[in-house]
Design a protein around this ligand. Structure first.
Ligand code: HPA
Length: 261
């Protein structure tokens, strides 16, 4: 089983990944965000991709999500751990918290290429549970075993960005049930499902969302908090990779069954 890791803001590599090999992938959708870096964590094969490019030059709305997921699929990746920075909306969240996501609300409104099926076939994948239940179960038990506090549930609302939100937008998002806000969760999750790849979404709260705290949001705050959280995150990811079952017993692997017209 090969595992993929998508790093968000502040995560551009995975230490302990052993000797890595750079793999350049061409896809029918163009170029992925960067070279994939393939290596091993102990005996587990891992492929890493920085979502915003190796030098963080790709804005959230410009990321080629289809190429990124297609590239993983073409490299034989069956499960992906996706890490992203988010603003905390729910009252129980503060900067530095780590959330294992369980739901998604898509507010990118079709502004991004969000399906692999648009020419000769149409697919309507089931997306009731957007993240892999089996991976969620594993990561929660790993976090408990290593004594790392994580939030077990969280609904991620994805906005198009790149600007941050207004205070009223965040209030609106809160009312419709969003716990965290980010700019990259979609269409990444839907494309992974179309590719029948399991996806685990992990969000690092880097700031209070707009209007939640009196302070003005800055990118420096986002990057600084992300940096502080990366040690814990990398520890968790390492153990998570080692504990993930090699076989898949979830529905993700059959996502296209009964989904294609
Ligand atoms: N809003 C949107 N995306 C983000 C934020 C935020 O407050 N923080 C990190 N990514």
């Amino acid at each position: 089983m090969k595992l993929g890791i998508i790093g968000g803001s502040g995560i551009y590599d995975i230490e302990g990944l052993g000797a890595t090999e750079e793999i350049s992938v061409e896809t029918p959708y163009g170029k992925p965000s960067a070279h994939y870096r393939a290596g091993k964590i102990e005996d587990r094969k891992v492929v890493f991709l920085p979502r915003h490019g190796a030098d963080h030059s790709i804005a959230p709305h410009k990321i080629n999500y289809r190429a990124n997921i297609w590239g993983f699929k073409s490299l034989g990746v069956e499960k992906i751990i996706s890490v992203g920075a988010v603003g905390g909306i729910s009252g129980n969240l503060k900067p530095g918290d780590l959330v294992v996501l369980d739901q998604l609300i898509d507010f990118t409104f079709g502004a991004r290429q969000s399906t692999f099926f648009e020419d000769d076939k149409v697919a309507h994948i089931d997306f009731t549970e957007p993240y892999c239940a089996e991976m969620r179960k594993t990561v929660l038990s790993v976090a408990e075993n290593i004594g790392l506090a994580v939030k077990e549930n969280g609904s991620y609302i994805c906005v198009n960005g790149p600007r941050l939100e207004t205070a009223k937008e965040i209030r609106h998002f809160s009312m419709i049930g969003a716990d965290v806000v980010g700019m990259t969760g979609m269409p990444e999750a839907a494309l992974a499902r179309e590719a029948e790849i399991c996806l685990c979404g992990m969000a690092v709260v880097t700031n209070y969302a707009a209007g939640i705290s009196k302070n003005k949001l800055t990118v420096t705050e986002v990057i600084e908090t992300m940096k502080k959280s990366t040690d814990n995150l990398k520890k968790l990811i390492r153990e998570f990779v080692l504990q993930l079952p090699a076989e898949r017993n979830c529905d993700c692997k059959d996502a296209l069954k009964n989904a294609v017209m």
